[in-house]
Structures are given as structure tokens and as C-alpha cells.
Design a protein around this ligand. Structure first.
Ligand SMILES: [Zn+2]
Length: 245
């Protein structure tokens, strides 16, 4: 597996197959669909699945708590394997697989609501954890912002997806459908259906993917963002405002 984007595509696909038919996880959700947010002031309980290394577990939790400086929410770390927790994290997944359901969509899911195939030694550890917890608090991908205008080389992206999704499909038609679905879910601008909470496009957002030059036209590329950006902070304050005193 050469590309994190593709590794995530496979994981998400398998997650989806385990869900009830009616559920369409993370498909065509808006940059900020109001319905996915938690209640301001709410305590979100977090539980890990299985027996992850305590250092890894505590580092993920501590890193995620960076969001609480800007969002009026609380996190409570429970024992492992507590099904009642709103956020349930699986760490024994392939390295590079990072995924989360969007905000309170997690309430409709059995099992893991987030996958973190991260290593403490990885220099990008913090950015991966912050990114997935951004999703868990209701944030969508910034590179899919309707005004992002990423010059994707769609042939190159489709080829990449086809190579990896090939084993998941039973027919050429099914493969074509999977490729188009993944393009929409992970790459293309989100449809602006008039019900979005959208702040201006921010290329510094922690919710923006690294963009590889081999997947774009005009030699476009972007490196990985490492920190919560000013706009990310503003977004959280807007969605989870502090209570009046
Ligand atoms: Zn993401």
C-alpha cells in the first residue's frame, strides 16, 4: 500500500460493509453539516478497543485534548472496551490507516468509531491525531472545500484507486462505482447545497490533506499541515461556543 489516501479508502470501505444498509458513512457530508455536531458543553467519553500500549493511548488522548482549548466540550477517558463511549478508538490497524466517523454519526455505529494506525515515533503523529479528532468533532476535509480548487489529475487519482480497490470489487462495473464513490468522498469538492457552515478556504487547516504532485496537474502540491490553524480554532469556537456567564 503506497498511499495513505488509498489505505484509508480500503479501511472505510470495510467499515461500511459492516454497517446497516441504511447508513452512508461520511458520504457527501458538508464541510460543516450542522446536524453532525455534538452539544456545546457536552462530555464526550473516549474508550480504546483492545489493549493498546498505555503510552500510545495517553499520548493520543493528550493530543486530542488540544482541541478543548477552542471547543466548549469535555473529554473523559474511560477504561478499554466500553461500548457506551461516544468515541471508540481502534489502534491495531495497518500503519497509515486513519479514519473517523463525522461528529455524532458515531452514535449510529457499533464497534470502532475511529481508527488510528499511528506510531508514537512518527513525526506526523500529532497531526494525524488532531486531524481524526477534527472529524470526530464534526469537521470535514478542507481540501474538499467548495473553493479549494485543487487541480487534481483525475486520471492519475482514478488509476491509483483502481489499483488498490480492484481486489474489493466483483466486476468492472462495481470497481468503477467504488472508484467514483471514493473520489467523491475523499478528493472532490463537497457539494454546496446551501446548508453548509463554511468559513473561507484555509490551506493551513489541520483538516487539509498533504497533496502529492503525482496526483495533480501543473506541478501543484502541498505539504502536510502539522498544527491546528487559526481558522480551525475559529471554527471550533463558532460551533462549540463557551456558555454565557
Ligand atoms: Zn480525514
Amino acid at each position: 500500500m503506497s498511499d495513505v489516501l488509498v489505505a484509508n479508502a480500503i479501511y472505510r470501505l470495510r467499515q461500511k460493509l459492516q454497517l446497516p444498509q441504511a447508513m452512508k458513512p461520511r458520504k457527501k457530508r458538508s464541510v460543516a453539516d450542522h446536524s453532525v455536531f455534538w452539544r456545546p458543553g457536552q462530555t464526550l467519553r473516549i474508550s480504546f478497543i483492545g489493549t493498546p500500549c498505555p503510552w500510545l493511548k495517553n499520548s493520543i488522548f493528550d493530543t486530542a485534548c488540544q482541541w478543548l482549548k477552542y471547543a466548549n466540550l469535555k473529554f473523559e477517558l474511560l477504561d478499554n472496551d466500553v461500548e457506551e463511549a461516544e468515541i471508540r478508538i481502534q489502534t491495531d490497524v495497518q500503519e497509515g490507516v486513519n479514519f473517523s466517523f463525522l461528529g455524532n454519526q458515531a452514535l449510529d455505529v457499533d464497534g470502532a468509531t475511529m481508527a488510528l494506525g499511528v506510531k508514537l515515533s512518527d513525526p506526523l503523529f500529532e497531526s494525524f491525531v488532531l486531524h481524526e479528532f477534527g472529524h470526530a468533532l464534526g469537521m470535514e476535509h478542507e481540501h474538499q472545500h467548495p473553493q479549494a480548487n485543487i487541480p487534481w489529475d483525475l486520471d492519475a487519482v482514478r488509476q491509483l484507486l483502481a489499483a488498490v480497490l480492484a481486489d474489493e470489487a466483483n466486476s468492472p462495473d462495481e470497481l468503477a462505482d467504488l472508484i467514483e464513490e471514493d473520489l467523491a468522498v475523499q478528493f472532490l469538492p463537497l457539494p454546496d447545497n446551501g446548508d453548509l457552515l463554511i468559513l473561507p478556504y484555509d490551506k493551513q487547516s489541520i483538516m487539509h490533506y498533504r497533496i502529492r504532485q503525482k496526483l495533480t496537474r501543473h506541478a501543484f502540491k502541498r505539504s502536510q499541515n502539522l498544527k491546528i490553524s487559526k481558522k480551525d480554532k475559529r471554527f471550533m469556537r463558532l460551533v462549540y461556543p463557551a456558555s454565557c456567564k
